[in-house]
Design a binder for this molecule. Structure first.
Ligand code: NDP
Ligand code: 8X3
Length: 249
């Protein structure tokens, strides 16, 4: 079997594109909550490589552990971990935010990433090799109005990436952080709870990144020579200069 890549949030957007790009070279463990999507993607990509799907909510550590333990031994030799699952929930002034949105962002974007990493890193430290790529965001580099808790969750991802780089350095594990600006996925639809009009405004008048643009950068990072680690990369669409400076036509 090919080397194994474990991808969280593989059911849509960036995670799905990463799965397609990596299917050429790796066997894939694909995770997400939407089982029907996982099955569809498995059907599509199993023409290219071996696929194993794990269906869980990344907030539920017990279930993650159970799913992970259900993997056949040969599937546990994970070489690449892509911590991608995550979303923004709501966009409100700090004192007007919904507490359940805050919980979702901290529990999914931060704690979920930690739960998964805690299971997979020991495999890498034991084998003294591995690549971890954490999907952060420009929101983890600069705060923007009403971004508050989502930004906090992505600043946490940035800190966790740096902490991984320090703690895992002696284990020969490469850790990278990929920080996109505006990418057209289901992200805005989730943030605005299905409100298509609001979601469309996010990309109004610009040509946003596609999820494939981000996946190609990840492919590039993975395929650097053994002595090279891309520590941190920020990717914008051409029309974007920062979280708030966006050239809309
Ligand atoms: P999508 O909404 O298209 O994809 C999000 C993915 O995360 C889905 O596969 C979803 O799967 C998974 N996910 C969400 N919540 C959970 C959960 N509770 N348990 C398990 N899986 C979950 O958005 P993107 O592809 O844009 O987002 C991917 C990553 O990129 C996120 O971390 C996001 O913060 C980051 N990002 C996105 C940007 C953008 O502009 N789109 C820019 C910068 C960073 P399912 O629903 O099946 O569980
Ligand atoms: C997604 C990019 O600017 O919508 O992380 O927060 S932004």
């Amino acid at each position: 079997m090919k080397k194994i890549a474990f991808i969280t949030g593989a059911t849509s957007g960036i995670g799905y594109s990463i799965s397609k790009v990596l299917a050429k070279d790796y066997a894939l463990i694909l995770c997400g909550r939407r089982e029907s999507r996982l099955n569809k993607i498995e059907n599509e990509l199993s023409k290219l490589t071996d696929i194993y799907t794990l269906c869980y909510d990344i907030r539920d550590n017990k279930n993650i552990i159970k799913s992970f333990n259900s993997l056949p031994n040969k599937w546990k030799k994970i070489y690449i971990l892509i911590n991608n699952a995550g979303n923004a929930h709501g966009m409100d002034l700090i004192h007007e935010g919904d507490v359940s949105d805050w919980d979702a962002m901290i529990d999914i974007n931060v704690k979920g990433l930690l739960y998964v990493s805690k299971l997979i890193i020991p495999i890498m430290t034991k084998s003294n090799k591995g690549i971890i790529i954490n999907i952060g965001s420009i929101a983890g580099k600069e705060i923007y109005p009403k971004g508050n808790v989502y930004c906090a969750s992505k600043y946490a991802v940035d800190a966790i990436t740096k902490a991984m780089q320090v703690d895992l350095n002696k284990f020969n594990i490469k850790v990278s952080s990929v920080n996109p600006g505006l990418v057209e996925t289901e992200f805005a639809l989730v943030r605005f709870k299905g409100d298509k009009e609001k979601a469309n405004l996010v990309y109004d008048g610009i040509k946003p990144l596609t999820p494939n643009d981000v996946a190609e950068v990840i492919y590039f990072i993975i395929n650097r020579p053994d002595n090279v680690n891309i520590s941190d990369i920020t990717i914008f669409p051409k029309n974007q200069a920062s979280s708030t400076v966006i050239n809309r036509e």
